[in-house]
Design a binder for this molecule. Structure first.
Ligand SMILES: Nc1ncnc2c1ncn2[C@@H]1O[C@H](COP(=O)(O)OP(=O)(O)OP(=O)(O)O)[C@@H](O)[C@H]1O
Ligand SMILES: [Mg+2]
Length: 488
C-alpha cells in the first residue's frame, strides 16, 4: 500500500488527484494548507507528498523545509503554476524530489509519482543480508548460503562502513539493485536520500541534465533552470543503474564529480560542490566497453574501487532451495495465504534449470506456480515449460540468448518493430512443441502475467491487456486460471 499526501488549497486539484490515482494499492490523504500537512504527517506517515508551491498561510517552501527537517528521506513533489518556477527551483535546492508545472501532463505526472514511490520504497524497506533469513520473518532480504554469496555479504558489510564508490556487476536478475539498497541501508547515509537513476532508460540528451541540472536556455526547450539529482541528493546516495549505457560526454562529468566532488549545470559555468555517495551497477561487462573506447578507462578505475561481482544463479545452485523457501513465504505473505510446499520433483527441476534470468526468473516461476497451481504443493505442471524440460536443447537455449541480447541492445526500439520479431520467435518456439496451439497458449500466458503484475486485480489486469473485464473473466474460466490467491 502506498500513501500519498496531497497539499493544495484548491478543491478541484484535490478532486482530480483522487480520480487520477484511484487504485486499490493507493491511499490518498489530502489537505488544504501547510499547517495541516505538518499536523497530519506523524499520523499519516506518507510515502510521498505532492504539494502546491503557493499556499495560503505557511508557504509551500517553508512547509517543505519543515517536512524535510522531520524526515530527510520523504520525497516531496512540488506543483507550480507558470510564474512561480523560481520558487520551484528553490524547492529543489531544499531537497524536493521534483517539480511539476500546472496544468499537468498526466502521463508525466504518473511516471514521476511512480518513480518517487519506487525510491521511497527503496529508502523505507530495509534490506537485510545477515543473519541468513531462515525464520518466519520474511522481511526484505538477500538470501544465500553459497560461498559466493557469503563473500558478497562480507563486501556489503565492508562497504557499508565506508563511503567508497562501489561497482556491482552481474547478469540481469542476480540482485544488483537489492545489494545496492543493502549497502545504503547499512551505511551512515541511511538517514538521507537514496535516488536511483537508470542510465539506459533516460534518452541520451536528457541524462546529463537529469544528473547535473541545466541553466535556462542551455538548449532548445530549456525554458527554465533545472536542479539535477547530484545537487538535490547532497549528503545522500545515488544509485547509477546500467552505467555502461552512460554517454561519453556524461562520463566525463561523472569523472569530475568522483575526483573533485564538483560539477556544473548544463550550460552553466559556476562550479557546484556535492557530497554524494555513488553506487553503480551494470549487467554488461565494462572491460570490453573500455577496450572499444565506449567507456572511459579513467572512469572505470574510479568506479571499480570496490567491485561486487554477483555470480549467476546457475553457478550457485545450492542457494536455490533456500530461495524457493524464501519466495514461498514472501509471496504467501503478500497474498495472505499459507506458504505452500514444493514437490521433490519440482525442487529437482528447479535445481537443474539454467536460469538465464537468474533470481528474478526463479521468483517469477514461483509466483506463477502459486497462481496456476491447484493443490497444496507446487507440482511440475505448475512450472513454466522450459524449467521442467530436463535438458534444454540447444535451439531454444540459443533463441533465449538472442532474446536477451536484442532486448538489451534495442531497449528503446519502438514496440511495432519488436512485435513482428517476437511473433516470429514465438512460432519458432511453437513448432518445437508438437501440437501446441500457439494463440491460446500465448493468450493464457499473457493473462497470467497480467494478473501477477497487478497482484490479481482484474480491473487493472484487463486494462493492461486492453480487453474488458468481462472478457478477462471469461478467459480466466476458459483457460482454467485458478481464481485463487489474490485474483480480485
Ligand atoms: N539473493 C536474493 N535473495 C532474495 N531475493 C533476491 C536475491 N537476488 C535477487 N532477488 C530478487 O530478484 C529480483 C531481481 O533483483 P534485482 O532487481 O536486484 O536484480 P538486478 O541484478 O538489478 O537485475 P537487472 O540487471 O535486470 O536490473 C528482485 O525481486 C529481488 O528482490
Ligand atoms: Mg537492476
Amino acid at each position: 500500500m502506498n500513501k500519498l499526501l496531497l497539499v493544495d488549497d484548491e478543491a478541484d486539484v484535490r478532486y482530480s488527484f483522487r480520480r487520477l490515482f484511484d487504485a486499490p494499492d493507493m491511499e490518498i490523504v489530502s489537505c488544504g494548507s501547510g499547517e495541516e500537512a505538518l499536523r497530519l504527517m506523524p499520523r499519516v506517515r506518507p510515502d510521498l507528498v505532492i504539494m502546491d508551491v503557493r499556499l495560503g498561510g505557511l508557504s509551500g517552501l517553508e512547509t517543505l523545509r519543515r517536512l524535510r527537517e522531520k524526515d530527510a528521506k520523504l520525497p516531496v513533489i512540488m506543483m507550480t503554476a507558470y510564474g512561480t518556477t523560481q520558487t520551484a527551483i528553490e524547492a529543489m535546492k531544499l531537497g524536493a524530489y521534483d517539480y511539476l508545472l500546472k496544468p499537468f501532463d498526466v502521463p508525466k505526472l504518473k511516471q514521476l509519482v511512480h518513480a518517487a514511490l519506487k525510491d521511497a520504497r527503496a529508502m523505507r524497506e530495509v534490506v537485510s543480508y545477515q543473519p541468513l533469513l531462515e525464520s518466519e520473518d520474511y522481511a526484505l532480504g538477500i538470501v544465500g548460503r553459497s560461498e559466493a554469496m557469503q563473500n558478497v555479504f562480507k563486501l556489503i558489510g565492508q562497504l557499508s562502513a565506508s563511503d567508497a564508490t562501489a561497482l556491482i556487476t552481474g547478469e540481469s536478475g542476480t540482485g544488483k539493485e537489492l545489494v545496492a539498497r543493502a549497502i545504503y541501508h547499512h551505511s551512515r547515509r541511511s538517514g538521507r536520500a537514496f535516488l536511483a537513476i537508470n542510465c539506459a532508460a533516460i534518452p541520451e540528451p536528457l541524462l546529463e541534465s537529469e544528473l547535473f541540472g541545466h541553466e535556462r536556455g542551455a538548449f532548445t526547450g530549456a525554458t527554465c533552470q533545472r536542479i539535477g539529482k547530484f545537487e538535490q541528493c547532497h549528503g545522500g546516495t545515488i544509485f547509477l543503474d546500467e552505467i555502461a549505457d552512460m554517454p561519453l560526454a556524461t562520463q566525463a562529468k561523472m569523472l569530475r564529480v568522483l575526483q573533485a566532488g564538483t560539477f556544473e549545470r548544463v550550460g552553466g559555468n559556476q562550479p557546484l560542490r556535492t557530497d554524494v555517495r555513488i553506487i553503480a551497477a551494470t549487467n554488461k561487462p565494462l572491460e570490453p566497453a573500455v577496450a572499444r573506447r565506449e567507456f572511459r578507462e579513467d572512469l572505470f578505475y574510479r568506479l571499480n574501487v570496490v567491485r561486487i561481482a554477483i555470480p549467476p544463479l546457475r553457478d550457485r545452485r545450492d542457494d536455490i532451495p533456500l530461495l524457493v523457501n524464501y519466495f514461498l513465504g514472501k509471496l504467501a505473505g503478500q497474498t495472505r495465504q499459507k506458504p505452500r510446499s514444493v514437490s521433490p520433483e519440482v525442487l529437482a527441476a528447479l535445481g537443474r534449470y539454467r536460469w538465464p534470468g537468474n533470481v528474478r526468473e526463479l521468483e517469477n516461476a514461483i509466483q506463477r506456480a502459486l497462481v496456476v497451481g491447484k493443490g497444496d504443493a507446487i507440482l511440475p505442471g505448475d512450472l513454466p515449460a522450459e524449467v521442467t524440460r530436463e535438458a534444454p536443447g540447444p535451439a531454444p537455449d540459443a533463441a533465449r540468448g538472442g532474446v536477451a541480447g536484442t532486448e538489451a541492445g534495442g531497449a528503446s526500439a519502438p514496440v511495432p518493430e519488436e512485435l513482428p520479431m517476437l511473433a516470429g520467435r514465438l512460432f519458432q518456439w511453437a513448432r518445437q512443441q508438437a501440437g501446441l496451439k500457439v494463440l491460446p497458449a500465448v493468450e493464457r500466458e499473457l493473462i497470467i502475467r497480467a494478473l501477477v503484475e497487478t497482484g490479481g486485480n482484474q480491473v487493472r489486469a484487463a486494462r493492461l491487456l486492453g480487453i474488458t473485464r468481462a472478457t478477462l473473466r471469461k478467459r480466466i474460466e476458459r483457460f482454467h486460471i485458478r481464481r485463487a490467491i489474490a485474483i480480485r
